[in-house]
Every structure is written in structure tokens, then in C-alpha cells.
Design a protein around this ligand. Structure first.
Ligand code: NAD
Ligand code: ZN
Length: 348
């Protein structure tokens, strides 16, 4: 197939703050891989860590590295052993690359493979005109899911994986952190039939965006309003049945534990910046179940989220900014401002 030999790519070229637009070789694919022409990408908090070159990034990301893992595009080349995919197929894909030798993988729990590596973090990523990806990781996009939504399936998948960790039907759900993922989790909790969905943050702009994206949602600015007053106002007698922690804030987790019912359940997606103290006795005496959530289940999360999107789940308004890829600096600035939802970069 006749692809160009070089491509535009957004790269961490030096171990310093920033990203650079470079001309890179178009990747060559192996027998079990595909080449994807990228149409749209989305900027993730992870990309901001890499832009800023904080301690985590400096210890994790080898340089040079083409960054980015949230994408949608179309298949333009297929390895010799790949079956079931066709040239021109629109797709997104799972950015966690796994091995197939571990006990977890061999028992079908691919998302728990201890050797997981991330595109745009450990291996060359998707902020480029072309991406090489194992065919195993490709997720075809149905015609009724546009590329823009395809490009945010990775974080929507985090939201769906977390939200569907526990049964939400008829339950009162507390979500802490109204970043893009917390907002989408609120939409999923609504879609999944929760009774009350309460979403907290300390940034009023984020809560306003949440109300724009999700109908029938109670937002709480916990820097100004007491969560206990809100539960009282909603007529809740004991507390929330399920908590979805999506801020990485110690204060939010403490507040969640405090406001959960006896025997409540917590799914933890948010990543605290370092070690953080936890009042374990409170958790023990409340008999709380806690589950850590990493990535997306391969590929049950993808299946469920696409099915929900085709059946009325609407998260499109969480996309607040769109830029051509040459304006990537503006895109990253919008993302860093704390005022944005998802920011899309257009590669077409
Ligand atoms: N486990 C995983 O696989 C995985 C994957 C993606 C993201 N994450 C993590 O999930 C979290 C959510 O991602 P995001 O992109 O939406 O993040 P984000 O940083 O955009 O949003 C976090 C929000 O939490 C809010 N917050 C801060 N303190 C708070 C408090 N005390 N109470 C309530 N809210 C508070 C912030 O104002 C912000 O709006 C982050 O911690 C991220 O690192 C985890
Ligand atoms: Zn991401």
C-alpha cells in the first residue's frame, strides 16, 4: 500500500517542558498489526503530565516519544496474519498493549496483564498522522459514532469501567471530581438507572459544564456547600450506596467514606499525587468494599460503552474545544486552564 514515508507527529523530543511537532517516519507494521490513519485525537491529563515533564513523566517516559493515546481514524494497512479487519474500516482502539503469556491474560482478564504498556507513554503514540497498533487492540467504530466521540472512548471507557464496577440500578451514587471522566461517569450512572447522582468538585466551572452535559444531576461545590445538607435535601436517610472517586484528592475520598452507607462500595479511579493517609478504621467499621480501577476491561468496557452510546448515552457536550493540530499549543493551554472539558485535535 502506498503510504507516505514520513508524517507529522507531536513528540516529546527533549527531557523538558513542552512538545514539539516533528517529521517522523511512518511506522512499519508487523504481521499482526495494522496501520491507522489518524483523523481525530483528544488530549488527556496524562498528556499534560508529559507536557509539564513532572516527576512521574520524567521517570516513566523515554525520550524521544510520540505522545497521545486517545484517537479515532481509519485502517490503511493490514498485517499479513490479521483477519476480520478491512482497509477503510473506521476505528478507535485500546491504548494499553498487553502480553498474552501471563496468568491473567491466559484466563481472559487482559486488562490485568502485569506487563501492560501504554501507547504515547511507553511506546510510540497516536498524536501523529499514522499509528501502528496490534490488530487485537483495534475497536471498529459503528457508522453512527463520529470520529470525535471515537477519540474520547478511552476516557469514557475509564468512566464506564468505574461506574459499572457495582450495580447502580436504583442506587444513590456519589461521584467526586467533575473532570471530563467524572462528568462522563455521572452520565453513565444516570443511563444505568441510578436514583440520585451527586457530583462534587471545588471548581464551579467544571460543575457548570457537568450540568450542561448531564441532565437530572445534583452538583455540589464542596468548598461552599455541605454534602450532608444535600443528602438531607434529597431525602436520603443514610448515605450514598456507591462512590466513584474521580479526583485523586484525599479530601474527596475522606468525604466519600464519611457520606457512604454501612456496607457501601467505592470504586477508585482517581490517582493521588503520592502516598496519602487513609482512616482505615472508618472503612472497616463501615464495612466498605473498595475496588481500584485501572484502564478499561478488554473488551467488555468497549462493548458496553458503544452499546450505551447507540442507545441514548450522550456525552458529546463534554467536548468543549476543537483545534487543528497545528494549533496544538492552544489545545494544551485550554486543557491546562482547568476550564475545559475534552479538547479535540483534528489531524485531517
Ligand atoms: N486509573 C486509571 O486508569 C485512570 C485513567 C485516567 C485517569 N485517571 C485519574 O482519574 C482522575 C480523573 O481524571 P480527569 O481527567 O477527569 O481529571 P481532572 O484532573 O480533569 O479532574 C479532577 C477534578 O477533581 C476536582 N477536585 C479536586 N479536589 C476535589 C475535591 N476535594 N472534591 C471534589 N473534586 C475535587 C478538580 O477540581 C478537577 O475538576 C484523575 O485523578 C486521573 O489521574 C485514572
Ligand atoms: Zn487518556
Amino acid at each position: 500500500m502506498s503510504q507516505p514515508t514520513t508524517m507529522k507527529a507531536l513528540e516529546k523530543s527533549q527531557p523538558a517542558e513542552g512538545l514539539w511537532m516533528v517529521e517522523a517516519p511512518v511506522p512499519e507494521i508487523g504481521h499482526d498489526e495494522v496501520l491507522i490513519k489518524i483523523n481525530k485525537t483528544a488530549i488527556c491529563g496524562t498528556d499534560i503530565h508529559i507536557w509539564n515533564w513532572d516527576d512521574w513523566a520524567a521517570h516513566t517516559v523515554p525520550v524521544p516519544m510520540i505522545v497521545g493515546h486517545e484517537f479515532a481514524g481509519e485502517i490503511v494497512e493490514i498485517g499479513s496474519d490479521v483477519e476480520g479487519l478491512t482497509i477503510g474500516q473506521r476505528c478507535s482502539g485500546e491504548g494499553h498493549l498487553i502480553g498474552h503469556e501471563s496468568r491473567q491474560s491466559r484466563s481472559g482478564k487482559f486488562h490485568l496483564d502485569p506487563g501492560t504498556r501504554g501507547i504515547g507513554v511507553n511506546v510510540q503514540g497516536a498524536f501523529a498522522q499514522y499509528l501502528r497498533l496490534p490488530a487485537f487492540n483495534v475497536v471498529p467504530l459503528p457508522d453512527d459514532i463520529p470520529d470525535e466521540i471515537g477519540a474520547i472512548l478511552d476516557p469514557l471507557g475509564n468512566a464506564v469501567h468505574t461506574a459499572l464496577s457495582f450495580d447502580l440500578l436504583g442506587e444513590d451514587v456519589l461521584i467526586t471530581g467533575a473532570g471530563p471522566i467524572g462528568i462522563m461517569a455521572a452520565a453513565v450512572a444516570r443511563h444505568a438507572g441510578a436514583r440520585h447522582v451527586v457530583l462534587t468538585d471545588i471548581n464551579p466551572d467544571r460543575l457548570k459544564l457537568a450540568e450542561d452535559v448531564v441532565k437530572n444531576l445534583r452538583t455540589v461545590d464542596v468548598s461552599r456547600e455541605d454534602l450532608a445538607d444535600v443528602t438531607h435535601e434529597l431525602g436520603m436517610k443514610q448515605g450514598f450506596d456507591v462512590g466513584l472517586e474521580m479526583s485523586g484528592s484525599q479530601a474527596a475520598l475522606d468525604q466519600m467514606v464519611e457520606n457512604l452507607v454501612m456496607g457501601g462500595k467505592i470504586a477508585l479511579l482517581g490517582i493521588p499525587p503520592g502516598k496519602s493517609p487513609v482512616d482505615w478504621s472508618r472503612i472497616v467499621f463501615k464495612a466498605i468494599t473498595i475496588k481500584g480501577v485501572y484502564g478499561r476491561e478488554m473488551f467488555e468496557t468497549w462493548y458496553k460503552m458503544i452499546a450505551m452510546l447507540q442507545n441514548g448515552l450522550d456525552v458529546s457536550r463534554v467536548i468543549t474545544h476543537r483545534f487543528g493540530v497545528d494549533e496544538f499549543r492552544e489545545g494544551f493551554a485550554a486543557m491546562k486552564s482547568g476550564l475545559s472539558g475534552k479538547v479535540i485535535l483534528d489531524w485531517e
